[in-house]
Design a protein around this ligand. Structure first.
Ligand code: NAD
Length: 272
């Protein structure tokens, strides 16, 4: 399997595809993270708000202990939430590190803009200096918020994670972020839970997928990758997890990319 990576401005390599764990809890979370590791995925996205950092950490530690992967091969992202967490960021950051319990955290994000976000970001920077976090970034920051935020912090974010899928493409935001040497990661890469059916059934997606003998999910994830957008699809189905890790044996033509680009509806589904 393939563990292609992109270099972050912090000097660390980020795998281009992985597993989003937003809707995974308990034993299902542990087994899904393990299924993804076994399928070759090396990137895992969690958050304090998902209530599953302990399970993600448990699966990661088990895979390392069993010699399936090394800690260095894996990349784990977590996030601190606005409100009380960002008001007391040192405590919130340390709590994430403790719940994961996998040594260092590869990437920590501010989950949403907040009135204390600059202070919370500076706290994350101090954890980077101490070696407990490797890279820092933002989630749900758009052009206006980034324009305001970026001059106020010292370390440029390594990554911005925003909602991106064929019905909500953020075509103004992606180049703005990428031109600044920051990697873009898409959440809801498949349109989000409860919205995938319409997207998978879209005639353009179905035709492009059929032309390459891949599933609609793989075609959509490949479209993301070819736009330079890192993907973290969520799933607890081992077959889907495997499928979502197999994205490198085909590529979409410019014409196919253009057809999917034309599906944009500016239709934001949700945020969390
Ligand atoms: P998604 O777009 O990844 O879609 C998930 C849905 O697609 C699930 O219903 C799943 O069963 C289905 N699916 C996955 N692979 C499939 C396949 N190969 N074939 C058929 N169906 C398939 O939505 P998501 O999981 O909610 O989001 C992905 C990740 O993004 C989350 O797990 C989380 O890590 C992250 N996220 C971040 C934020 C944020 O604010 N930063 C918000 C939402 C999600």
């Amino acid at each position: 399997f393939d563990t292609r990576t992109v270099m972050l401005n912090s000097g660390y390599a980020l795998p281009l595809n992985g597993l989003g764990t937003y809707s995974l809890h308990g034993e299902e979370c542990v087994s899904s993270v393990r299924a993804a590791i076994d399928a070759g995925a090396r990137l895992f996205d969690t958050a304090s708000a998902y209530g599953n950092e302990e399970e993600v950490g448990q699966a990661v530690r088990a895979a390392i202990d069993e010699g399936v992967v090394t800690r260095e091969e894996l990349f784990v992202t977590t996030k601190i939430y606005p409100g009380s967490e960002m008001a007391d960021p040192e405590l919130a950051i340390q709590a994430c590190i403790d719940r994961l319990n996998i040594g260092y955290v590869d990437l920590m994000l501010l989950h949403h803009p907040d009135r204390n976000d600059v202070l919370a970001y500076q706290a994350m920077e101090r954890f980077v200096d101490a070696g407990a976090i490797r890279s820092v970034g933002l989630s749900n920051w758009y052009v206006e918020e980034l324009t305001d935020f970026l001059p106020r912090v010292e370390t440029p974010p390594a990554l911005v994670q925003n909602e991106i899928h064929p019905y909500y493409q953020e075509n103004d935001v992606i180049p703005f972020i990428q031109e600044r040497g920051i990697v873009v990661q898409g959440w809801y890469p498949l349109g989000g839970r409860g919205h995938t059916a319409e997207l998978f059934g879209d005639p353009v997606i179905a035709e492009v997928a059929a032309a390459h003998g891949v599933s609609p999910a793989q075609a959509i994830l490949r479209w993301n990758l070819q736009k330079g957008v890192v993907v973290i699809p969520g799933s607890s189905d081992p077959d889907h997890i495997r499928e979502n890790a197999e994205l490198y044996h085909f590529s979409l033509t410019d014409e196919e990319m253009g057809r999917i680009d034309a599906l944009d509806r500016g239709e934001k589904h949700d945020w969390y």
